[in-house]
Design a protein around this ligand. Structure first.
Ligand SMILES: [Zn+2]
Length: 85
């Protein structure tokens, strides 16, 4: 029997923690990563908790879901590094 490709209906279901980070959140985090002079993603995630006026909340941001930053890789920085410079 041929294997069937199961088509899933595109229903956005918001579940618990092991879900992928909301792409909008990723986009915002990326923006702040750039604004902060390409600070590492862990620092970006922590920032709203330590400052006011950012208007964002990265509590649900999973750093592992962040895309690689082209600029960082060009200059040899690793935004995923936990104890970067
Ligand atoms: Zn970067």
């Amino acid at each position: 029997m041929a294997s069937q490709i199961k088509q899933e209906e595109g229903q956005p279901i918001i579940t618990e923690k092991d879900e992928k980070t909301d792409p909008k959140l990723i986009e915002q985090a990326m923006l702040w990563h750039q604004r902060m002079g390409h600070a590492n993603y862990h620092a970006v995630k922590m920032m709203p908790q330590h400052s006011t006026g950012m208007g964002v909340n990265f509590t649900d941001l999973n750093v592992a879901d962040m895309p690689a930053c082209e600029t960082c890789s060009q200059v040899g920085m690793d935004p995923f590094a936990k104890d970067g410079c």
